[in-house]
Design a protein around this ligand. Structure first.
Ligand code: PXG
Ligand code: PLP
Length: 439
């Protein structure tokens, strides 16, 4: 039976993730199907997808080629163990990923999510130093406002207080974030000021000793915290400081990977190559859970060739390299290639920036940020109700037929890379109407 407003599921059993459960269940927003650029809500309305689901459906919804590959793989080899056994499609997919990776990052460890990718990358970093006789290097450096998923490694490196405050954490320290509206408000693309914030890493080296630091993990463009592109020169500086002190640099590309900035990965876009890169989301167009850690070959070789044990790395998931996810991933890569989606965000970036910065005249808008096909809009918080305007804008936009994200009073948008210019207009003009009507 099809779901609709007259046939709603019982909402009580499902404890929803990162959701105000009581508020949601009192006034649910249910999506029942999707095709191309649109969802359909349970009242039959079409909703334009302004967020690629949760930053993952980069090629748009309901792609028949992916469905066919998944169906075929399910009926050929539905599941096979990956511990001490192999299956061909996982090797093929790793090879295909290595081909599109930034130079040198051609060893691939499969996971099932961004969170698992981050915790895996941190373990690889620590294992790498251990294999080279530097077992003291186990501390992690992250950044304020960073989001690296919800595993214990990821929340330790992360910098969003609500995700961290009640849990014990791994040894980690943090650089300052780069959000600086006083100097950079309404920057188009990269903000001009703030490269010197990378020198925070030098201070942490001075405080902790380089010999205790395993890795620095940053999102090249912070996503969850509200789309914060890095200041000009910042990532280059971070790379240099890491090299000086033998610290591994991890780019968390769970959002920026797979075409979001107009290149396959942010490493390409910025011309800065990390030692490890964490990915998920767009790797299968979001249709099946999967993640991958891309590892620089020397890092892989140090761990794999540097171990006396028969098994070099004591880590892995039941579903690492799941054959059906690999099939979805290969079909997804083929769509990205055939439709030029790795460069499309670059082709649209100016149109996107023009449309967004057109909202600058709205009195409640205090900052607008954009890069590739990502955007963040800060709203002035309502006195006594921080986050209220962001949430109200998200709900009003949904009712007006577009899906956007709100984090606090920041609105975030990241449409599928197949978005048309007319749909960009629709998205931004709906956001204008919605913000204009906020009290
Ligand atoms: N790293 C980064 C940079 C992410 O953006 C993760 C790790 C974790 O991935 P998983 O697959 O474990 O969720 C993410 C995920 C939002 C939002 O609205 C962002 C994410 C997930 C859900 C919502 O900003 N990013
Ligand atoms: N918990 C138990 C009891 C398990 O047996 C396993 C895997 O065998 C796990 C957790 C880990 O699950 P996964 O490999 O899916 O991460």
């Amino acid at each position: 039976m099809a779901y609709d407003r007259d046939n709603r599921p019982d909402l009580s059993a499902y404890w929803m993730p990162f959701t105000a459960n009581r508020q949601f269940k009192a006034a649910p927003r249910l999506l029942v199907s999707a095709s191309g650029m649109h969802y359909r809500a349970d009242d039959g309305r079409e909703v334009l997808d302004g967020t690629s689901g949760l930053w993952c459906v980069n090629a748009g919804h309901g792609r028949p080629e992916i469905a066919a590959a998944v169906q075929n793989q399910l009926m050929t080899l539905d599941y096979a163990p990956s511990f001490q056994m192999g299956h061909p499609i996982a090797f093929d997919f790793a090879t295909a990923l290595a081909k599109i990776a930034p130079e040198g990052l051609d060893r691939i460890f499969f996971t099932n999510s961004g969170s698992e990718s981050v915790d895996t990358a941190l373990k690889i970093a620590i294992a790498y130093h251990r294999a080279r006789g530097q077992g003291q290097r186990s501390k992690i450096v992250g950044r304020e406002k960073g989001y690296h998923g919800v595993g214990f490694g990821g929340i330790s490196a992360g910098g969003l207080v609500n995700n961290r405050r009640v849990y014990p954490l791994l040894p980690a320290d943090h650089m300052r974030h780069t959000h600086d509206p006083a100097r950079n408000a309404f920057s188009r693309g990269l903000p001009a000021h703030g490269a010197e914030l990378a020198d925070d890493l030098e201070q942490l080296v001075a405080l902790h000793g380089a010999e205790t630091l395993a890795a620095v993990v940053v999102e090249p463009v912070a996503g969850s915290a509200g789309v914060l592109p890095p200041p000009v020169g910042y990532l280059e500086r971070l790379r240099k400081i890491c090299d000086t002190h033998g610290i591994l640099l991890i780019f968390d590309e769970v959002i920026t990977g797979f075409g979001r900035l107009g290149q396959p990965f942010a490493g390409h876009y910025f011309g800065v190559t990390p030692d490890l890169m964490t990915t998920a989301k767009g790797i299968t167009n979001g249709v099946l859970p999967m993640g991958a850690v891309f590892v620089r070959r020397e890092v892989h070789d140090a761990v794999v060739n540097g171990s006396d044990a028969a098994m070099e790395f004591f880590h892995g998931y039941t579903y690492s390299g799941h054959p059906v996810s690999c099939a979805a991933g290969l079909a997804t890569l083929e769509i990205y290639r055939r439709e030029g989606l790795f460069t499309r965000a670059g082709d649209l970036a100016e149109t996107w920036a023009d449309a967004l910065h057109g909202l600058r005249d709205l009195p409640l808008v205090t900052d607008i940020r954009n890069l590739g096909l990502m955007a963040g809009i800060d709203l002035a918080p309502k006195a006594g109700a921080p986050g209220g305007r962001g949430y109200a804008a998200m709900v009003a936009a949904f009712e007006a037929g577009v899906l956007i994200r709100a984090t606090g009073d920041t609105l975030a948008m990241s449409p599928p890379l197949i978005v048309s210019e007319a749909q960009i207009d629709q998205l931004v003009s709906t956001v204008r109407t919605v913000i204009s009507a906020l009290d």
